[in-house]
Design a binder for this molecule. Structure first.
Ligand code: EPU
Length: 337
């Protein structure tokens, strides 16, 4: 298997940060992946999927394994449902478009999310009223201790808001190699509850949308609000939306009457971090070659040539400011290395 040395990771992370991998290998089968783990020559390993949820602040002094496992297929068809399997290295959005072409429903609201299929369960990707866990059936993951494949069902994954067992109890212990989704083939469960989708469909003059029209609406909204990583380096939402206690929210409302919120439970609400960051004056702020996006304050951007540590320092400045102004701790959504 080819192991290269001192390879730039610029094209392998959507932030476009130019750091180097000491060693680099791209694997296109599970067997190759196991072989790399069996070889004792590179004890430190770093797994790279679509590179869409990470900020690289320094060179990676390890063997970077690029997961390039490809393939997607329907594996079974029941009345009204299909189970579809995708290998981890498939591009997420291409996979979503393929399911829509087959008239398989369930992933349309998750159109245009950057990254690969294999990393989508780790943070339970979500957008416009839908989360991955709503259609996730199971995944196969390589246990890095035993080097055997294990199957995780939906409930095994302990999915939460931008969270799963792969970010908590099983962190660093598995590599997801394939994912199975349970999608509808008829009577699709359309979710147009999210305000922005409803108004976009209205603009499109669509009353009874198809899954393709919902996907097109989501694509239009995302293209307007979110920077395209092929043009401006970014990792989507840099922070999670904080969940706070209702009492705390009510106190905040006395000083910040406009503060939006979404119910989470009888005792907690979610506050949009984008609003807090915009209120704090960061929206559209540019520091030489990096900054905060002008249309969505939750997204930090690299305009070209910025270092990961510059962007990391900006994220810390934002966290400190939000803590001081609102007494809220913002948690990064992206993984920082
Ligand atoms: N807002 C502002 N200023 C901003 C951004 C947002 O005031 O600069 C306010 C909006 O006016 C609105 C609220 O914040 O009242 C929510 O904004 P939006 O609908 O854009 O969603 P979000 O909460 O900022 C979340 C996800 C996105 C996902 C959208 C749509 C998180 C961390 N982010 O953003 O996910 O696309 O909802 O469902 O939950 C991602 O994870 O990378 C991502 C882009």
């Amino acid at each position: 298997m080819l192991i290269q040395e001192n390879i730039s990771l610029k094209d392998y992370n959507t932030f476009g940060i130019d750091v180097k991998a000491k060693y680099f290998s791209s694997v296109s089968s599970v067997e190759e992946l196991i072989e790399l783990y069996q070889s004792k020559s590179h004890p430190n390993k770093f797994i790279l999927g679509g590179g869409s949820n990470m900020l690289l602040t320094k060179d990676i002094e390890a063997l970077v394994i690029h997961l390039n496992l490809k393939g997607k297929r329907a594996i079974s068809n029941e009345q009204g449902y299909v189970l579809v399997e995708s290998m981890a290295g498939e591009n997420w959005h291409d996979f979503v478009l393929w399911t829509i072409e087959q008239n398989y429903g369930g992933l349309e609201n998750l159109s245009l999310i950057p990254g690969n299929v294999g990393t989508s369960p780790i943070q339970n990707i979500g957008a416009y009223g839908v989360e991955l866990k709503d259609t996730f059936h199971s995944c196969q993951a390589l246990n890095l201790r035993t080097l055997e494949l294990e199957t995780f069902s939906n409930s095994d994954c302990n999915f939460g808001y931008r969270n799963s067992i792969f970010k908590t109890d099983a962190k660093g212990q598995y590599i997801i190699v394939s994912v199975v989704f349970k999608l509808t083939t008829e009577d699709h469960n359309l979710n147009t509850s999210y305000g922005a989708i409803a108004s976009e469909l209205e603009i499109m003059n669509v009353n009874t949308p198809t899954i393709r029209e919902i996907s097109n609406a989501v694509i239009a909204i995302r293209q307007r609000k979110l920077p395209d990583p092929n043009e401006i380096g970014n990792s989507g939402s840099f922070f999670k939306n904080p969940v706070i206690r209702i009492e705390k929210f009510q106190k905040l409302k006395e000083n910040f009457a406009e503060i939006p919120h979404y119910p989470v439970s009888s005792s907690e609400v979610k506050v949009p971090a984008g609003w807090l960051i915009e209120y704090a004056g960061f929206k559209g702020k540019t520091f030489v070659n990096y900054g905060v996006h002008k249309n969505q304050a939750l997204v930090l951007v690299n305009y070209g040539g910025a270092s990961g540590s510059d962007i990391y320092k900006l994220s810390q400045l934002i966290q400190e400011t939000i803590k001081r102004l609102f007494d809220i701790s913002l948690e990064a959504e992206v993984n920082i290395f």
